[in-house]
Design a protein around this ligand. Structure first.
Ligand SMILES: Cc1cc2nc3c(=O)[nH]c(=O)nc-3n(C[C@H](O)[C@H](O)[C@H](O)COP(=O)(O)OP(=O)(O)OC[C@H]3O[C@@H](n4cnc5c(N)ncnc54)[C@H](O)[C@@H]3O)c2cc1C
Length: 281
């Protein structure tokens, strides 16, 4: 079992494409059992301490090891205070048992369109720190996802860390999702909003959507409506309507495309309202 990131990278190179990393296993094992995925070799990350660090510094922001669990993110008081949308998304994953295993890195690398922890990470302008045979590289999370269950990671690369800049003073964020059931259900739509104010005016706005396209994505037209303006309930409503433009939802057994567009509007309105209250507090 590898004990360091360097050893993992060597194993990935030696074993070749088709080798799968396993962190909590809550996505990978059901996929293997269901025959959705075949692999000749599974590399267990549980012995790699470098992937479990959680460092919060005012200057450099938040550094989350890829194998930090949803439960740890849900419970950490420093994250609840400065990065509440991350804690909120962690708290919504599965059940308590699932959250004790499920990792942030696994959620992001599995790249489901409905991944709950992706929208806050995108809305906070976080970077993926990636290790591979040629060394380390960084990719902003708003270009990390390339399709359903696809990312920029090459077969011989792994996610090491999620680097989240400090949003700074007068900032606030919020994540919400809609599910028909309260627990153990996946998002029909998820929305994260993140705002930073300067002298009462919106200096930066980020809105990220899940489950409305093959990848999580930003609602950039809605963000532009907010930036440079004093945010009022009327402006929030206009931004919520504009956010619908970014969505490319499908109709499936979980909800129609029209219902998903309606949810984008409602959840954008609610997350922006909460983010504004937090930024103003
Ligand atoms: C009952 C149940 C309920 C669930 N509910 C939710 C929910 O509400 N919301 C939600 O978003 N998800 C949910 N999930 C899905 C899952 O729990 C999460 O996506 C979880 O965060 C995955 O993390 P993991 O550590 O278990 O990933 P794993 O299963 O270990 O890995 C997932 C994928 O990521 C890859 N991977 C893992 N770590 C790395 C790394 N460091 N570098 C590169 N690749 C890596 C693996 O190879 C695999 O392809 C649920 C799952 C179950 C079984």
């Amino acid at each position: 079992m590898p004990r360091s990131v360097e050893e993992c990278v060597i194993v990935l190179a030696e074993r070749g494409p088709g080798t799968k990393l396993v962190a909590g296993g809550t996505d990978l094992l059901p996929q293997l059992k269901a025959g959705m995925l075949k692999t000749g070799c599974v590399v267990d990350l549980s012995g790699v301490a470098d992937l479990r660090h959680l460092a919060v510094a005012n200057g450099s922001g938040l550094r989350i090891g890829a194998a930090v669990t949803a439960r740890a993110l849900e419970r950490d008081a420093r994250i609840q205070k400065t990065y509440p949308a991350i804690s909120e998304s962690g708290a919504l994953v599965g059940s308590l048992q699932v959250r004790n295993l499920a990792t942030l890195g696994g959620n992001l690398c599995n790249a489901a369109p409905s991944a709950d922890m992706a929208p806050p990470i995108i809305a906070l302008d976080a970077d993926a720190v990636i290790a591979g045979p040629k060394g380390s590289r960084r990719v902003p999370f708003d270009s990390f996802f390339t399709g359903v269950r696809r990312t920029v990671l090459a077969p011989d690369e792994m996610l090491v860390e999620i680097a989240v800049p400090n949003p700074g003073p007068h900032s606030g964020g919020n994540y919400r999702r809609h599910t028909p059931r309260r627990e153990l259900d996946i998002a029909v739509v998820g929305v994260a909003s993140q705002l930073t104010l300067l002298n009462g005016v919106c200096a930066k706005a980020r809105i990220a959507l899940a489950a409305v396209a093959p990848t999580p994505l930003r609602a950039t037209a809605a963000e532009r409506l907010l930036e440079g303006h004093r945010i009022t309930p009327e402006l929030i409503e206009r931004a919520a309507i504009a956010a619908i433009e970014a969505a490319r939802p499908i109709s499936d057994q979980r909800g129609s495309a029209d219902f998903r567009r309606h949810l984008v509007r409602v959840l954008t309105q609610r997350t922006l309202t909460t983010a504004l209250a937090r930024a103003s507090a």
